[in-house]
Design a protein. Structure first.
Length: 113
């Protein structure tokens, strides 16, 4: 079971929540699968990795308001016309997470772009 301890002692079970394999999840963070395995086995993540995990958690929390939660992981791996045919995971890898936040905003507000 993937667990990442935060400095506040809370467990973050994000990979399990998304239902993603280690390779795909590591791409989202971003980190190596070896580093992910170390973190999941109890090693404290670096400050940079922790920041990425917190941001990813915020994105997933927001997405769960507009997309059924069990569909978020598969959605991350599907090409999406809203992103020019890119997969949401590719959008995140490119550092363009603001495009996902924009989508969440529009879905929350009901505005059709």
């Amino acid at each position: 079971m993937p667990i990442v301890e935060t400095t506040a002692g809370k467990s973050l079970r994000l990979r399990d929540r998304l239902g993603l394999n280690p390779e795909t999840f590591a791409r989202l963070v971003p980190m190596s699968t070896r580093n992910l395995a170390s973190v999941e086995s109890g090693k404290s993540p670096s400050k940079v990795v922790m920041r990425h995990l917190k941001e990813l958690t915020r994105v997933v929390d927001a997405l769960s308001e507009v997309i059924q939660e069990d569909a978020i992981g598969p959605w991350m791996e599907e090409p999406n016309d809203a992103f020019g045919g890119l997969k949401p995971i590719e959008v995140i890898e490119r550092g363009e997470v603001d495009r996902i936040w924009q989508m969440v905003f529009y879905l929350r507000s009901g505005i059709v772009s």
